[in-house]
Design a protein around this ligand. Structure first.
Ligand code: PEP
Length: 259
């Protein structure tokens, strides 16, 4: 029986200096210890990546970047390429976060180029998708999410698609304190898994890890993680303090079958 190993990922956005990042990771690893039945992913600022990598010495702890450029190198002032992220020791790259899409105007097409670039360098994208409040209220959630996934996954091989991590992050729930109910999140996660079954194939879809993000907190993580198609959390605000992130990492264990 194949199981989907849960991922609890911290997206620190534009918070924490190098020293603050080091202290956090040292304390977290000290308090949580090695983890075998889940992955803990930390996405600090670009400047702290290398320092955090050097400190990460516990099984189960992984490093992510928050963004990348799709070209390997060139005259792109201020951008960071996938070879640079690989060099800094990243395992994952968050791609298409709603703040990239809605604050910085990143398009579906650019998100797709980033996903392909991340795979080409042997890293794994955490692809974020999700609808705005307006889109949800207009009944367009499934259309938006399927359009974002189709554009981002264009041209992926079967092997690449089986390693993809997807994060459903309704824009109206990010940083707002409004979490999707477990049922609302499960409904979209199931839709995403079915959508991926048509886009890739049924076996790939069954094994895909689908994270939920949007005001995840210690008091809602267990109910969200109890849903059949939710395989992890992408956490912003509540990942900035050790006690709350630790409690989210320590959600109640549940094994999910992919049969
Ligand atoms: C995020 O940044 O991806 C996120 C989900 O943020 P928050 O947990 O603060 O809503």
């Amino acid at each position: 029986m194949q199981t989907r190993i849960p991922i609890i990922a911290a997206n620190w956005k534009m918070y924490k200096t190098i020293d603050e990042s080091i202290s956090f990771v040292a304390q977290l690893q000290g308090e949580v210890g090695p983890v075998e039945d889940r992955e803990v992913v930390i996405a600090p600022s670009f400047t702290a990546l290398q320092a955090v990598r050097q400190l990460m010495n516990m099984p189960g702890f992984k490093l992510a970047a928050q963004n990348c450029h799709w070209e390997d190198k060139g005259a792109f002032t201020g951008e960071i390429s996938c070879p640079m992220l690989q060099d800094a020791g990243c395992d994952y790259v968050i791609v298409g976060h709603s703040e990239r899409r809605h604050v910085f105007g990143e398009t579906d097409d650019e998100t797709g180029k980033k996903v392909r670039a991340v795979f080409q360098k042997g890293l794994v994208p955490i692809l974020c998708v999700g609808e705005t409040l307006e889109e949800r209220e207009a009944g367009n959630t499934f259309d938006v999410v399927s359009r974002q996934i189709a554009a981002a996954c264009l041209g992926l091989s079967r092997e690449e698609s089986s390693r993809l991590v997807l994060a459903y992050e309704p824009v109206w729930a990010i940083g707002t304190g409004k979490t999707a109910t477990p049922e609302q999140a499960q409904e979209v996660h199931l839709f995403i898994r079915d959508n991926c079954a048509s886009l890739f194939d049924k076996d790939v879809a069954k094994g895909l890890r689908l994270l939920y993000g949007g005001s995840v907190k210690p008091d809602n993580v267990d109910a969200l993680m109890a849903q059949e198609d939710i395989d992890g959390m992408l956490v912003g605000g509540a990942s900035l303090e050790v006690p709350s992130f630790k409690r989210i990492i320590q959600f109640h264990t549940r094994e999910k079958s992919t049969q």
